[in-house]
Design a protein around this ligand. Structure first.
Ligand code: SF4
Length: 76
C-alpha cells in the first residue's frame, strides 16, 4: 500500500495512551519515544479503528473518492 494511504499520526497531538497500538487488528502500529507510529506499513489493512478510538484525534486516514465517470480519484 502506498505510504500516502497509511494512517497519518500527528505527534503533537499524541498523548501516548497506546490505545491505537493495542486495538489495531493487524498490529501495524507501535510506539517510539511515547508517540504512536506506523511500524509495519505492509500489515496496515486500513481498518480505521485507530482513527475512531484516538482520544485526541491524532490519527487520520486519507481516503480516495472516485466520482462516476472519473478514471482516477481525488484524495480527501
Ligand atoms: S490512540 Fe491517539 S493518543 Fe493514543 S497513542 Fe494512539 S495516536 Fe497517540
Amino acid at each position: 500500500m502506498p505510504s500516502d494511504f497509511l494512517p497519518q499520526i500527528d505527534p503533537a497531538r499524541c498523548i501516548g495512551c497506546e490505545l491505537c497500538v493495542k486495538l489495531c487488528p493487524s498490529g501495524a502500529l507501535g510506539m517510539l519515544n511515547e508517540v504512536a507510529i506506523v511500524t509495519a506499513a505492509e500489515d496496515c489493512d486500513y481498518a480505521g479503528i485507530c482513527q475512531e478510538i484516538c482520544p485526541t484525534e491524532a490519527i487520520s486516514l486519507a481516503y480516495v473518492i472516485v466520482f462516476s465517470g472519473e478514471k482516477g480519484g481525488r484524495r480527501l
